[in-house]
Design a protein. Structure first.
Length: 276
């Protein structure tokens, strides 16, 4: 197994591993160590069946069942990230960390490119360790004790359904969509001990004990810091590319720049812990 750093802020290519086969302990531990160092890993030329994709995710922990995005038939852990040629919107076309509206957001997501478009359709990733470190000491100190409220309402409520994103369950009236969970604004990575800015524009609704309008100016400022070019890495998908991202210290953004073309990715996600 060889790991080659690609991005300055994050991102590395891993070669010498066949992800379609069960991982031995040494290889699994090597991938996890590389993930902690580089935050996003990608592997080229890795054709996977849904069974193999599920087994790969299971090597790193229990798998997450998404509450609002329908899984593909017979595979409860596998989500299809699909955009058809005539669809105006794509799934994930916003900066976010996956499912932060859960009390225990996922540790990591493993994406598999089954059918990338002929051009475009890249995914951008951001290092939210660096976002935290870009804050002034005064702002770090102010944010340290603060909590924020996260909700699925923007993505999976009526507004999300109106956009017609594929794979979404018709859950606009499900009270879970509008439930709010509390997470620290600054969380600590449970394995590296590093501090992370843990707010995102899609699922973070407001600060605890504040209204949305009061929260918006500061949340907008914090979320814009994530987008700094020097904090990001851009992955160009090729057929059979696999990407493994640490959801605790990254955000990602699927670029919608391939009108008239189909794009199909599949995702499994590994369960995580409650942020502290």
């Amino acid at each position: 197994m060889k790991t080659t750093r690609i991005g300055g802020a994050l991102g590395a290519e891993v070669t010498g591993v066949d992800l379609s086969q069960p991982l031995d302990a040494a290889t699994r531990d090597g991938i996890r160590a590389a993930l902690l160092e580089h935050l996003v890993l990608y592997f080229r030329d890795q054709p996977l069946t849904h069974e193999q994709h599920t087994a790969l995710g299971s090597a790193f922990g229990t798998l997450n069942v998404h509450p609002f995005h329908k899984a593909i038939p017979d595979y409860e852990y596998v989500l299809e990230i699909l955009k058809e040629p005539g669809d105006p919107m794509n799934i994930g076309g916003y900066w976010h960390s996956d499912v932060t509206f859960l009390e225990e957001p996922v540790m990591g997501s493993i994406l598999y490119a089954a059918e990338p478009p002929p051009a475009g359709g890249d995914t951008m990733f951001a290092n939210t360790y660096l976002t935290y470190e870009a804050l002034s000491p005064g702002l770090q100190a102010m944010l340290e004790p603060m909590k924020a409220m996260h909700s699925a309402s923007r993505g999976f409520g009526a507004a999300g359904l109106k956009r017609g994103l594929r794979g979404m369950a018709n859950e606009a009236d499900d009270p879970r969509v509008h439930a709010e969970v509390t997470h620290p604004v600054i969380r600590t990575h449970p394995e590296t001990g590093r501090k992370i800015l843990f707010v995102n524009p899609y699922f973070t609704i407001r600060f605890a004990d504040m209204e949305e309008a009061e929260s918006k100016p500061l949340l907008d400022y914090l979320c814009k810091l994530v987008e700094r070019p020097e904090h990001t890495f851009r992955l160009h998908w090729q057929k059979h590319t696999v990407a493994f991202l640490d959801n605790r210290c990254t955000q990602h953004f699927a670029i919608n720049d391939y009108p008239g073309h189909r794009r199909v990715l599949y995702r499994v996600a590994v369960d995580g812990e409650r942020p502290v």
